[in-house]
Write a protein that binds this ligand. Structure first.
Ligand SMILES: Nc1ncnc2c1ncn2[C@@H]1O[C@H](COP(=O)(O)OP(=O)(O)OP(=O)(O)O)[C@@H](O)[C@H]1O
Ligand SMILES: [Mg+2]
Length: 579
């Protein structure tokens, strides 16, 4: 007796439903995507009991003639592709022709549709039974009602979660679709209560504002960058706002919301040295890539895509986000959105330069001769080759802690310690990657007696200290003799800086050389930078201003704090009731 049979369509559809229809949110996703593919301008979603009892998606799209409507419920029936070649760069959400039959096979489904106002068609089916077709007068468009999902698949039904949890899943799906297609009005009702009302939005920022509040939207920084054939745009969180609270995440490629851990990590990598490791920024990013660089048919619910070239795509995302974080809009403000940036800080030279990592190194900077006689804060800028002088506005020191100045759009306050820390950090990273640092020989070498842990930390980082410009000899046990130091500024307290840095480095076992470099650079920068309370001469303030303007990420120190806070004239006028 033969043991192999070809399964009948109902079984096949139920198997497909196992992949495509996991929970009520998947039904909503498929139905809303169909509505969008039908050119709907307005989509209304109604759910009961977290979608477990009822889901209805109504649209004002192109609708279907009766013959099409009957076919739509058949397996592999699609109007969206014809040939295998059509799969390349397919622009519609759907293309497999399996969503409707799969949903119908595990629910009571009713489809009302009309291709023009007036004469329409109503089709109902239960568990994939033969459809019942009748007339139904209605306006152009389609509504699909799905009741008692999984009523005939008890094993699946048992996996459904609480109504609240399923509803949350539906809101997440609607949110992603609403972010992708901002031109469409989306409304949703749950158990008779209006839950979502999104008018068409002119921009991503506007849609984000409608979803999560205008003040949240206002604080995000624009991303807009092209690398080769890859365009990356969107909105990301300012480092100063990144908290431990849960973040928002949205990624799309060629208009399709996707999940992609690699791209998320690439975007997060751009935040390195601006927020502590482990903090998760809000990222809303849209990629446009050539159609043939993408395969969208790799995942049952199309939640993932495959890139032809993953590496350049990830680099493009990292570059775009880092560029956004180098702009003034990413700086903290006293409220509202940063209007613009002092132009000197926005000089393309400052924005385009990446903090170098080992694999990026192409050119070497010429090592600079030590020049102890002119050692001031200028030493911080001296490591910057080929720098032209910048125009510097009049600067004033406040409370021996902040440097302030005005520019076209408002008042800027710089925290002198954080700013110097950012300057030194980038300089140390460059030095570690590229070569020799200027250093100053001490007239009287310093002797340091270290504890065992600090001594071990020194042994482990010795080569790096030497690259940074320290000349240090071991003297038996854990005694060090320091005979030359890099010269960050005249108030540089070498013994204290070394001690504090080594104490902070104890137990640092960073696996990769790059992260060891960055950790040492960050620690040393923090300990070597001028402190709050240090009086600065006008020349020193100017040197710090110039050096900060030339860093890649001037607005952020290496701990996730701001170096710069802006108060725009607009905000000031608002507060004084002038507008
Ligand atoms: N809301 C709608 N308005 C107009 N036509 C629709 C609508 N929903 C479905 N259709 C038609 O029914 C067909 C089948 O829909 P179904 O979702 O099953 O497959 P698909 O969207 O083509 O592919 P996929 O399975 O990848 O979603 C679609 O190709 C489309 O022609
Ligand atoms: Mg579909």
């Amino acid at each position: 007796m033969p043991r192999i049979t070809i399964l009948d369509n109902t079984v096949v559809d139920q198997i497909a439903a196992g992949e495509v229809v996991e929970r009520p949110a998947s039904v909503v996703k498929e139905l809303v995507e169909n509505a969008l593919d039908a050119g709907a301008q307005s989509i209304d979603v109604t759910c009961e009991d977290g979608g477990r009892a009822k889901i209805r998606v109504a649209d004002d799209g192109c609708g279907m003639e009766r013959t099409d409507a009957v076919l739509a419920l058949a397996r592999h029936a699609t109007s969206k592709i014809l040939h295998p070649a059509d799969l390349v760069g397919v622009a519609s959400f759907g293309f497999r022709g399996e969503a409707l039959p799969a949903i119908a096979s595990v629910s009571h489904l009713e489809l009302d549709t009309a291709a023009g106002d007036g004469a329409g068609t109503r089709i109902s089916t239960s568990g994939g039974s033969a459809p019942n077709v009748t007339d139904a007068a209605r306006r152009r468009g389609t509504s699909v009602t799905v009741e008692r999902l999984f009523y005939n698949a008890p094993a699946r039904q048992r996996f459904l979660r609480s109504a609240r949890s399923e509803w949350r899943g539906i809101v997440d799906v609607l949110t992603l679709l609403a972010l992708t297609r901002r031109d469409v009005r989306v409304t949703a009702t749950h158990d008779g209560r209006a839950a979502l009302g999104l008018p068409p939005a002119p921009s991503l920022r506007a849609r984000v504002g409608a979803l999560w509040g205008a003040s949240f939207a206002e604080r995000l920084v624009d991303v807009d960058d092209v690398s080769g054939e890859i365009h990356v745009s969107g909105l990301v969180e300012r480092p100063a706002d990144v908290g431990t609270a849960s973040r928002r995440l949205f990624l799309s490629v060629n208009g399709r919301a996707i999940r992609d851990g690699g791209l998320v990590r690439a975007a997060e990598a751009a935040y390195r040295s601006t927020i502590p490791a482990g903090m998760r920024p809000t990222l809303l990013l849209e990629l446009t890539v050539p159609n043939d660089a993408l395969d969208v048919n790799v995942h049952p619910t199309k939640a993932e895509v495959r890139f032809r070239d993953r590496w350049p795509t990830e680099r493009a995302v990292e570059h775009a986000v880092r560029r956004a974080l180098g702009t003034g809009a990413s700086a903290a403000t006293f409220g509202g959105r940063a209007a613009s940036w002092p132009t000197e800080f926005a000089a393309p030279s400052a924005v385009d330069r990446e903090v170098l990592r080992p694999h990026d190194i192409t050119a070497d900077a010429a090592p600079l001769a030590p020049n102890a006689a002119t050692a001031t804060l200028d030493a911080a800028t001296a490591a910057e080759p080929r720098a032209e002088p910048l125009p510097v506005p009049p600067l004033m020191q406040l409370r021996r802690t902040y440097i302030t100045f005005e520019h076209d759009d408002g008042i800027v306050l710089i925290d002198q310690h954080s700013a110097h820390e950012r300057v030194l950090y980038e300089r140390f990273v460059r030095t570690l990657e590229r070569g020799e640092a200027p250093s100053q020989r001490l007239l009287f070498p310093i002797t340091l007696h270290l504890g065992p842990a600090e001594g071990d930390a020194f042994d482990e980082h010795r080569a790096l200290f030497e690259r940074l410009g320290f000349e240090i000899e071991g003297f038996g046990g854990h005694t060090l003799i320091v005979s030359a130091v890099p010269m960050p500024h005249p108030r540089f307290d070498a013994p204290r800086c070394l001690r504090d840095t080594l104490a902070a480095l104890t137990g640092d076992r960073s696996p990769s050389a790059a992260s060891r470099h960055e950790h040492l650079a960050a620690t040393l920068a923090c300990k070597a930078a001028i402190k709050a309370g240090d009086p600065l001469s006008p020349d020193e303030m100017r040197a710090l201003y110039t050096a900060l303007a030339r860093t890649t990420l001037p607005a952020h120190d290496v701990h996730g704090r701001s170096t710069i806070v802006q108060l725009s004239w607009d905000e000031l006028e608002r507060r004084f009731g002038r507008r």
